[in-house]
Design a protein around this ligand. Structure first.
Ligand SMILES: Nc1ncnc2c1ncn2[C@@H]1O[C@H](COP(=O)(O)OP(=O)(O)O)[C@@H](O)[C@H]1O
Ligand SMILES: [Mg+2]
Length: 360
């Protein structure tokens, strides 16, 4: 049973404080992702969990065991980093077996464990190759097999898929997620790729310069961003400037009416809303287009606009629309009927429950 419990963790490089007073609990068996743009502190936090960096203050526990000052090799962690080094003069089998031998797994079990691990990452039959005779993607898969085969109590991965091409990346991320669930290893996965995070994780911590902006499951993070930063970083989002009129206030989860240019928009508050500037966020796939004179259904905001650009992508039709107040927005509709060509006068429908209002 290995939960990871981080308490008041502060990590510095000299005078530069990268992470300050971080509290975070990762559950036993969880696939937990640290997501955020380059430089926000993901690698620093992961390397501190691994024991390569000693925090300035605070503690890290694996379950009840305080590992803050325990060296890396005594933490029973498996690691995969972006440029994981395999022993170049040893075969794939020997590379994968390395951790098993160090852990004194009975010799008779080793070949089956290696074969299973290699099969899982799509590398069955490559056991006798040397790393130099493998492509970059294949080497990364061997590195993964080597980390996973030891059944570590904690698996730490730092952007392990970033060097792979799209097709391989999707295949391997499925293998990793599947294997992680089967073995139940508590996993901390670092990525800057939001789709990877959504696809693989039980929970995601979205970072913004060393602190957690939003923490939640993929659905939560995608459907209910807490800020324009979160909405913008995860998936496509229309982030529209709005004004909260004098005398209007509302709490998280309540409905609220705000000014969007000369229009009014009814939406749901994602934070405490008080008079002043703010944002309304709506995902492209939650918006629909209707003819200029069409009746407006209940529970929908209708904003007039003109189609600037329309493209047909088979499953969906995408539009860029100039709204009457000058804002441009993106809409993605499942294809059903002929759609609206460029220059059409239209109304854009924003369902009220999908129009999220947040403070700026
Ligand atoms: N060894 C180091 N010495 C000094 N500063 C560092 C070092 N490693 C990272 N940093 C700084 O710490 C911040 C976080 O970096 P990092 O954890 O690598 O971010 P990420 O993995 O999210 O891209 C950055 O501002 C980076 O410049
Ligand atoms: Mg990094």
């Amino acid at each position: 049973m290995t939960s990871i419990n981080i308490d008041s963790l502060t990590i510095t490089y000299g005078d530069n404080t990268v992470i300050s007073g971080l509290d975070l609990n990762i559950q036993d068996g969880e696939f937990f992702t640290l997501l955020g743009p380059s430089g926000c502190g993901k690698t620093t936090l992961l390397r501190t969990i691994a024991g390569f960096i000693t925090p300035a203050s605070g503690s890290i526990k694996f379950g009840d065991r305080d590992v803050t000052s325990i060296p890396t090799h005594k933490r029973n962690i498996g690691m995969v980093f972006q440029d994981y080094a395999l022993f170049p003069d040893k075969t794939v089998n020997t590379n994968v077996a390395y951790g098993l031998k160090a852990r004194k797994v009975p010799k008779s079990e080793i070949p089956a464990r290696i074969e299973e691990a290699l099969d899982r990452v799509g590398m069955g039959g490559f056991g006798d190759r040397l790393p130099g005779a493998l492509s970059g993607g294949q080497r990364q898969r061997v590195a993964l097999a080597r980390a996973l085969v030891i059944r570590p109590s904690v698996l730490l991965m730092d952007e392990p898929l970033s060097n792979l091409d799209t097709k391989l990346r999707i295949q391997i991320r499925e293998s990793i997620a599947e294997l992680q669930r089967e073995l139940g290893i508590t996993t901390v996965f670092v990525t800057h790729d939001q789709e990877e995070a959504l696809a693989m994780s039980d929970r995601i911590a979205l970072f913004k310069t060393g602190r957690i902006e939003q923490l939640g499951g993929p659905t939560d993070i995608y459907q209910s961003p807490v800020s324009s930063y979160a909405a913008d970083f995860i998936g496509a989002a229309n982030v529209l400037p709005i004004t909260v009129p004098d005398g209007v206030s509302s709490r998280e989860g309540e409905s609220v009416t705000v000014a969007f240019g000369t229009q009014r928009l009814n939406g749901v508050s994602r934070s405490l809303i008080v008079p002043g500037d703010g944002f309304a966020v709506a995902r492209p796939e939650h918006l629909t287009l209707a003819a200029k004179d069409a009746a407006v259904p209940a529970g929908v905001n209708a904003v007039p606009g003109k189609v600037l650009y329309e493209q047909y992508l088979g499953r969906v039709r995408q539009y860029r629309v100039a709204l009457s107040n000058g804002e441009e927005i993106h809409i993605s509709e499942l294809v059903d009927g002929p759609g609206f060509p460029a220059h059409s006068d239209v109304q854009v429908h924003f369902p009220e429950t999908k129009t999220l209002v947040m403070a700026s």
